[in-house]
Design a protein. Sequence first.
Length: 514
Amino acid sequence: MGKEKKTFYLTTAISYPNGEPHIGHAYEAIITDTIARYHRLFENNVIFLTGTDEHGIKMLQTAKRLNLTAKQLADKNAPLFIKMLKEVNSTHDDFIRTTEERHKIACIEIWNRMSQNDDIYKGKYAGWYSIRDEAYYEEKELTKKNGQFYSPQGTEVTWVEEESYFFRLSKYQDRLLEHYKNNPKFILPESRKNEVIKFVQSGLKDLSISRTTFDWGINVPNDDSHVMYVWVDALTNYLTGVHFPSETYKNYWPANYHIIGKDILRFHAVYWPAFLLSANIELPLTVFAHGFLFNRGVKMSKSLGNVVSPGELIEKYGIDQLRYFFLREVSMGNDGNYDDESISRRVNADLANDLGNLIQRSCSMVQKNCDGIIPSISSELNDDDLNINSNVASLASRIEILVETLEFNKILSEIWEQISNLNKYFSDQKPWELRKNNNERMQTVLFITLNNIRKIAIMLLPVIPTSSEKILNLLNINDADRTFKSITDENIDISDNRLGEVTPIFPKVEISDE
Ligand code: MSP
């Protein structure tokens, strides 16, 4: 029997399909997909869930403006999110739409469990609500400009008064604080944890969890005049995705990571664990809040006309190039910037020059001087050979550690440090001169170079999957030998492999002088 696979469940936020997907949605999908791919490479049993959040007043209002029903709007836009996921090469296992029947069943169950625990009561809500955020705010959190109140996210709020069911959030204040303390990885990155703790310490009020002034949502059990607050509905998607309320949900639950943006941390780190505690369901292990992407430092907005569609960028640079750029350039948890110059610079310097040229130069030599067949080690290994081998191989265990903390920019800078060492090795050994006077040594140098390119390509599979596949195809590596374990497997010998056609893997992009 082999080693038992560990289950690994991770999710993105589910997006509002009230418009087309933008680069922020693509960014979140790319990060989450990269984590999922690393864990599959570590041979874990991964489930990766994403989807769309289709209920709520925001969807209803947008639909009305477009003369559509909310369901028609969701049906029109959900496929655009599915298309975007395909374009970014996402390997999600499931795409959930909250209007699906399976989701209704999960929501009713969690509501009933919270209610059985005496955590739901009927009252009247009178307070502020932001439709854009689908969030309730206390007046002390708002700022006033020209007579209008704004939420901490800068969105407009309106005064709402209606009958509502409430969730006894206040009851969970101490248990939440204790959970944060005892589970230091529950909220990451560290820098965001304090803002959550402060919010909870400042005193939690019970939360309104139903609406009566519109009916676009899941009905409250035994009371058709109320629909569930859209966040109760939306958060529950994480359970629906693993077949809750069927007991088999426990095969994957608790989720390892909920990957979300920093703007929705409160819902995930305060409301969601409180609902779960009430329903007597285990809490997810980590809620990771990533930063926001800005276009040249400016927030994307329709009114500024700077909304870039992921499709446009992918067409311009290629999806692996974009995946590489975001993961390399943005430190996870921080905000990031993108613009044409920085993307082009990264693509040309790191991909086309450092990695691309190395592959091109070394493989062309094998093509020309070894009949296209990877040579074997034909001379005794010297210190240069041993050093580069051990430096590249030791990256594998470093990466396993850095994947845990989602430090992709570090992973990539460490990989590129070794690519640069391998380039130096290749230039210093001068195999083109060895060709003339020491054929055995040339063969060894070419073997060592290509074998380390193989290892690097495997480490990069989760980040630039299509290009890494191309590199591994070029080296004619078996499918079975493309796992993380094979990086350090001494039995894998690529000598005698026939190379595929040597063509540039990363074309250079023109840098515009705008
Ligand atoms: N529907 C809610 C989430 C419910 S999860 C149970 C929602 N949807 S959203 O469409 O507004 O955002 C989806 C995700 O995209 C969120 O995690 C959000 O933080 C993220 N982003 C939205 N704009 C972004 C950027 N400009 N940059 C990076 N991520 C951003 O919130």
